[in-house]
Design a protein around this ligand. Structure first.
Ligand code: AKG
Ligand code: FE2
Length: 210
């Protein structure tokens, strides 16, 4: 079949499986076409309800080093780093992307945490997405737009590391035991960088909260 000459490499069904133990990590480099990625990047940057929240660290209120917004079904209440985030109803764009991510990951999501890293100084510390309301072996679908940033993985016991630059329009899926055995983070850099948006689609079941 002849492929579109504008987007010769745009294909959403070729996953690269990361050769890492104790987890299930899949990367679709060209999940969105470059034109779709450009359009979503611009629209989401200007239209999402970005906010910079505080978290408590060592008894002090500190601003988290990025902007965030939480969207989803009404009942998808989520606690994140001690923050209670009531979801904003789906926008048309986020809902369309959710359905595409569900197909690619053969999973169902009811919410999305949107992160905006404004420049190289914005980051995310080491963590696992292992909150009780995500259940056992959660599937997390992570869509990246804008500036390429390095996503780091670290095995909890062996210390094995893996660095993956997450590209504009890519989809990264973490499933199986990934959150039990691996931590992930997004490091700061002194380079001057453009903003990056990351959408992590999740299935939240509030009744699982302890
Ligand atoms: O920005 C990223 O790629 C990671 C985001 C993340 O780990 C999270 O939202 O839990
Ligand atoms: Fe995470």
């Amino acid at each position: 079949m002849q492929q579109s000459s504008l987007f010769p490499s745009a294909s959403s069904d070729e996953a690269e499986i990361l050769p890492l133990p104790d987890g299930d990590f899949r990367y679709f480099q060209h999940f969105l076409s470059s034109q779709e990625a450009d359009t979503y990047y611009k629209r989401l940057l200007e239209s999402l309800a970005w906010r910079q929240d505080d978290i408590k660290m060592y008894g002090k209120q500190v601003k988290i080093p990025r902007l965030q917004a939480w969207y989803g079904d009404e009942d998808a209440l989520y606690q994140y780093s001690g923050l209670d985030l009531p979801p904003i109803p789906w926008t048309e764009e986020l809902h369309t992307l959710k359905v595409r991510c569900e197909k690619a990951s053969e999973s169902v999501f009811n919410s999305v945490l949107a992160n905006c890293y404004r420049d190289g100084q914005d980051s995310m510390a080491w963590h696992s997405d292992d909150e009780p309301e995500l259940g056992n072996r959660p599937v997390i679908a992570s869509l990246s737009l804008g500036q390429v940033r390095n996503f780091d993985l670290k095995h909890r016991t062996s210390g094995q590391r893996h660095r993956l630059p997450l590209e504009h329009g890519s989809l990264f899926i973490m499933a199986g035991n990934s959150q039990t055995h691996w931590l992930h983070s997004l490091a700061k850099t002194t380079k001057s960088l453009a903003p990056r948006i990351n959408l992590t689609f999740r299935l939240v079941t509030p009744s699982l909260r302890r």
